[in-house]
Design a protein around this ligand. Sequence first.
Ligand SMILES: C[C@@](CO)(OP(=O)(O)O)[C@H](O)COP(=O)(O)OP(=O)(O)OC[C@H]1O[C@@H](n2ccc(N)nc2=O)[C@H](O)[C@@H]1O
Ligand SMILES: Nc1ncnc2c1ncn2[C@@H]1O[C@H](COP(=O)(O)OP(=O)(O)O)[C@@H](O)[C@H]1O
Length: 302
Amino acid sequence: MTLAHSSYLNTPIDFPSPAKINLFLHIVGRRDNGYHELETLFQFLDYGDTLSITATESEQIDLLTPIIGVKNEDNLIIKAAKLLKATSKSQYGAQISLNKILPMGGGLGGGSSNAATILIALNLLWQCGLSTKELATLGLSLGADVPIFIHGFAAFAQGIGEQLSPALPQECWYLITKPACSISTQSVFTHEKLTRDTQKLPVNNQQLNDFSHDLFCPPYHNDCQDVVINSYSEVAKLLAWLIEYAPSRMTGTGACIFSRFSSYNEACALQAKLPENVASFVARGVNKSPLCFTIEKLKTNN
Ligand SMILES: C[C@@](CO)(OP(=O)(O)O)[C@H](O)COP(=O)(O)OP(=O)(O)OC[C@H]1O[C@@H](n2ccc(N)nc2=O)[C@H](O)[C@@H]1O
Ligand SMILES: Nc1ncnc2c1ncn2[C@@H]1O[C@H](COP(=O)(O)OP(=O)(O)O)[C@@H](O)[C@H]1O
């Protein structure tokens, strides 16, 4: 087969792989296969991992920076690259390095974001020509959280998290804290005390939903939060401490907590007061993924 020649070969290029937060996370049902029907509002953070990718003329896909505790064949980076190669029948390969700064198992979607960045970046570097919709479908086979990172814009999500409609939540500053525990998504979703019957929101899934109201007030909440705080005292204690200073909520299935501020300086001021041994960072909630800007710039310069 003759494929388009890529002009992006043999040069390392850095691609952002941002975090997401679930501004709210409602569980509205459970499917027969065990997956849960969600209603969630996704926003990106201007903070995340970086993937340095060199597209090569060899068939090989190498991850030069393995993650301790994750076998390369289980790493979503390798899985995404192999999936795209098989689907597109590309003759190219890649040398990939990861600078991981996002905590794993924190509800910030780092692994899913890495997979999405690989799919989007290699689709460009290998000149595969897949549409965003096709990439999102591929991404969904790797994880329920991958499509939002492919989509690249803040969105209200339904289904298992893949049915996305446009949303424009306020772009606030957040102090993100990570209690000293890691929580598996599956353990929360299989918990017998998890509530799975939150009423669906009366939103319009065709139009833009601005979600300009205060998302820390009812009916907005995270259904996973009670299960986690009842099982992990570290999360319960930290959340109780943070709530005294700022509206705060757990993201995804935890364990990270986001606390909202209207300025960077206010977020930093609370960061300086945090109890000892709490990992944290300050970031802005953004409605356009930082990865979109990198892709647009590369396309313009090419
Ligand atoms: C809960 C959320 C909210 O954004 O985020 P995290 O807390 O993981 O970041 C996501 O739905 C997680 O997405 P992701 O982490 O990609 O999930 P997957 O790998 O597809 O599934 C992990 C496990 O979670 C359960 N799962 C996931 C999504 C969903 N809608 N219902 C589920 O029951 C399944 O049991 C599955 O075995
Ligand atoms: N590239 C990757 N980065 C992070 N985690 C990965 C990656 N590949 C596979 N994983 C697995 O996915 C799990 C969930 O990681 P992550 O997406 O960071 O957390 P969460 O889904 O809680 O936001 C990790 O504990 C790890 O076992």
